[in-house]
Every structure is written in structure tokens, then in C-alpha cells.
Design a protein around this ligand. Structure first.
Ligand SMILES: NC(=O)c1ccc[n+]([C@@H]2O[C@H](COP(=O)([O-])OP(=O)(O)OC[C@H]3O[C@@H](n4cnc5c(N)ncnc54)[C@H](O)[C@@H]3O)[C@@H](O)[C@H]2O)c1
Length: 262
């Protein structure tokens, strides 16, 4: 089989949450470039408009929806509308997320100082948001007896460190376990559920600290490859998981982390 056929997404409908920036935008770009109709969802209306324009300039008009993934009913209504419009839902990337502040490496991230407000908002977007997205997709994918759900977890789900917050570790570990349970439930319906566990990528997460010299150096020091990842470096794994090339993969949490798991 030729690579073009193995990774072909022609006529597929792919929903991406957190699509306005960083990994979600890179994922939207790669699925659109390989033939999919991409449905981009984000809470940031201005950034989402710019992101969709980038995709459209590359020749693949996208549908856009402004919504908070943590708000019950919102993602469901959008996914229901997509299925109503296109009659199918092939892949959903539950990718929207936020950092929940610094880890204990900074005084404000220490256990006794960490903000409970940030704890709650971090769990809401990363854990509630991803589960609400899985729920909304599962119903349609079960009915059509096919689909792929990809959740953005983190290396913080697999090992502890001083850099991300307590809340972020908890949310990303929680969602990794939700992925495994969903893979068990949905496998008999021919629906696959996988998680990706990125190491440090140069995105806007954490108020853009990956773009500061101090932040970049701090994170790069934790990585055997000795550098942060470029946004394009998520694209191969995203395309694999969205496409028929991964038809026997489910229930996996796949690190893409420059070697930190080694
Ligand atoms: N960048 C990294 O190093 C890294 C590492 C591991 C995991 N991740 C995860 O990758 C995913 C993408 O983050 P990123 O690094 O690209 O950051 P980013 O800040 O560049 O992008 C995150 C996007 O999610 C959107 N978003 C935030 N809260 C939302 C909400 N409630 N509803 C809808 N959209 C919302 C933001 O507006 C933004 O467009 C997140 O789940 C993040 O936790 C990132």
C-alpha cells in the first residue's frame, strides 16, 4: 500500500478543539492538507478566525465554532450540528487545554500556595472538556460503527516534575485513564480512542512561557534531544492517528517528547 493511500483523509470529517493555536492549529493544518474537512473549535474567537483563514489560504475551507469545551452541552451541540451537516464524524481531537499555572518549581506553584481557582479551571478545561468531547463523539461514532478519538494528554500524565502545576498533572493523568476506559467501551463498536502525550512544544500554553528564554531553557533541559519541539513535529503522529494507518491502535497513550520517557 502506498503512503498516500494509508494516510488519506479525503472526505473525512475531523473536529479539532483548541484549534486556534499551537498543537490544535498544527493538527488542523495536517488533516486539512491530507483531504479532511476540518471543524475547528476554540474559546478564542479572534485567534480562531485567523487560524481558519490560514487553513483556507492553503485551499481547505474550515468550519469554525467559538465555544468553551468545559461548558456541558456546548461541544455536543457543535458535533451534533456537524453530523447533521456532513452525515459523518470520522475523527475528533479533544485537544483544548490550559496549564493551571506553574508547578512547585515556582513559589506560587508550591502545594500550600497553589490557587484552588486555577486548580478548578485547569481540571475543567483539560479533564471535563476532554471527557465532554469524548461523550459527544462516542454517540455518533458508535452509531456509524467507525471513528477515531484522539485526546491530548501530556508527559505530565506519565512522570512528575517541578514545572507543570499539580492541577495539570492531575488532569492529564485523569484523562489518560479516561482514554483507556473509553477504548475498552468503544472498541467493540470499531471506535478507537488514543491519547498523545507531548513533551514541551513551542506553543502559547502557560502565558507563552515556552517563548521566553528562561522558559525554553528550563523545559529543554528536561529533554534528551535538548530542545523544545516545533509545532510541525506533532503532524506525523496526528495524521497517523486520524488515518487508516492506525487501524489496529487503540487504548494507547503515545509519548512524543524528545525522549523524556527514556
Ligand atoms: N505545548 C506543550 O508543551 C504541551 C505539552 C503537553 C500537552 N500539551 C497540551 O496540548 C494541548 C494544546 O495546547 P497548546 O500547547 O497547543 O497550547 P495553546 O495555548 O497554544 O493552545 C491551546 C488552545 O486551546 C484553547 N482553549 C483553552 N481553553 C479552552 C476552552 N475552555 N475551550 C475551548 N478552547 C480552549 C486556547 O484558546 C488555545 O487556542 C493542551 O491540551 C495542552 O495541555 C501541550
Amino acid at each position: 500500500m502506498k503512503a498516500a493511500e494509508l494516510f488519506d483523509l479525503s472526505d473525512r470529517v475531523v473536529v479539532v478543539t483548541g484549534a486556534a493555536s499551537g498543537l490544535g492549529l498544527a493538527i488542523s493544518e495536517v488533516v486539512a492538507a491530507n483531504g479532511a474537512r476540518v471543524v475547528m473549535l476554540d474559546i478564542d474567537e479572534a485567534a480562531l478566525g485567523k487560524a481558519a483563514a490560514t487553513i483556507a489560504r492553503a485551499g481547505a475551507p474550515a468550519d469554525v465554532f467559538v465555544a468553551d469545551v468545559g461548558e456541558p452541552g456546548k461541544v455536543k451541540a457543535i458535533i451534533d450540528a456537524c453530523v447533521g451537516k456532513y452525515g459523518r464524524l470520522d475523527c475528533v481531537f479533544a485537544n483544548a487545554g490550559a496549564s493551571g499555572g506553574p508547578g512547585y518549581g515556582k513559589p506560587e506553584g508550591a502545594a500550600e500556595a497553589a490557587s484552588m481557582e486555577l486548580w478548578e479551571s485547569c481540571l475543567r478545561v483539560n479533564l471535563d472538556g476532554a471527557f465532554l468531547t469524548i461523550r459527544a463523539a462516542a454517540k455518533h461514532m458508535k452509531a456509524q460503527r467507525q471513528g477515531s478519538i484522539v485526546v491530548t494528554s501530556s508527559v505530565a500524565a506519565l512522570r512528575a516534575s517541578a514545572l507543570p502545576s499539580y492541577a495539570y498533572h492531575a488532569a492529564k493523568a485523569g484523562i489518560a485513564q479516561v482514554v483507556r476506559v473509553a477504548a475498552l467501551e468503544l472498541g467493540p463498536h470499531n471506535v478507537r480512542v488514543n491519547g498523545i502525550a507531548p513533551g514541551p512544544f513551542k506553543t502559547n500554553i502557560g502565558n507563552g512561557r515556552m517563548h521566553t528564554a528562561e522558559g525554553a531553557a528550563m523545559f529543554a533541559a528536561t529533554v534528551p534531544l535538548g530542545r523544545l519541539a516545533e509545532l510541525d513535529e506533532i503532524k506525523g503522529l496526528a495524521l497517523l492517528l486520524a488515518s487508516p494507518a492506525s487501524s489496529y491502535m487503540t487504548g494507547a497513550i503515545i509519548p512524543i517528547d524528545g525522549g523524556t520517557q527514556a
